[in-house]
Design a protein around this ligand. Structure first.
Ligand code: COA
Length: 174
């Protein structure tokens, strides 16, 4: 299994848009109303949306390819930090998704190691994220990776206001 992790470029926008929408659906379709899913997918994903993100200097997009197939992605973002995140130089792990067929194979582990390096490279000292309160697998994964609960915020899926736990951890050089 050959895992390659690279920074995304504008040319990756169509493939990223497809992967991002697919992984969001795989993860959340069973727990949301179809109309809320449709609204969220239309707002958050699409080639022009992902192209804008790929060109945004405040966002780092990492793509994982396994044996040449796009298998996951992560995005780091600088911007507004919730008050409950109190560590120095915070940076947000905005999105972190592995395609279902590649879960449980170490892809997420490799991607998280690269996320840490990229966050440090961008001057981050504290990595934080929001995860749906009922997303047990992701919460377990983040716990294994040193994240601890810091608070909560509201995340809209279409018209549905959901509670995300905010998790945070310190980043360490070396
Ligand atoms: C959350 C997510 C990234 C976790 O990735 P994952 O591959 O499912 O990770 P898990 O920790 O559940 O499973 C890892 C398991 O893979 C197995 N594995 C096989 N090879 C491995 C390797 N080389 N390295 C690490 N784990 C390996 C192990 O059994 C490991 O379990 P362990 O750490 O308890 O030993 C992934 O499930 C996902 O993308 N989910 C959907 C999207 C999502 O919810 N994203 C988060 C939004 S906030």
């Amino acid at each position: 299994m050959n895992i390659v992790i690279r920074s995304g470029a504008a040319i990756d926008a169509p493939a990223l848009a497809e992967l991002a929408a697919r992984t969001f659906q795989e993860t959340f379709a069973a727990d949301n109303r179809p109309e809320d899913m449709a609204l969220h997918l239309a707002r958050a994903y699409g080639t022009s949306q992902q192209q804008t993100e790929l060109l945004d200097l405040d966002i780092t997009t990492l793509l994982v390819e396994v044996d040449g197939e796009l298998a996951g992605y992560a995005q780091l973002r600088s911007g507004v930090t919730p008050e409950c995140v109190t560590g120095e130089s915070p940076i947000e792990l905005w999105r972190f998704y592995v395609a279902r067929s590649w879960q449980g194979h170490g892809v997420a582990h490799a991607l998280m190691r690269r996320v840490e390096l990229e966050a440090l490279r961008r001057g981050g000292q504290t990595l934080w994220l929001g995860v749906w309160e009922h997303n047990a697998r992701a919460k377990a994964f983040y716990g294994k990776n040193g994240f601890v609960d810091a608070g909560s915020h509201v995340f809209m899926v279409g018209t549905d206001a959901q509670t995300d736990r905010i998790l945070a951890r310190q980043l360490h050089n070396g």
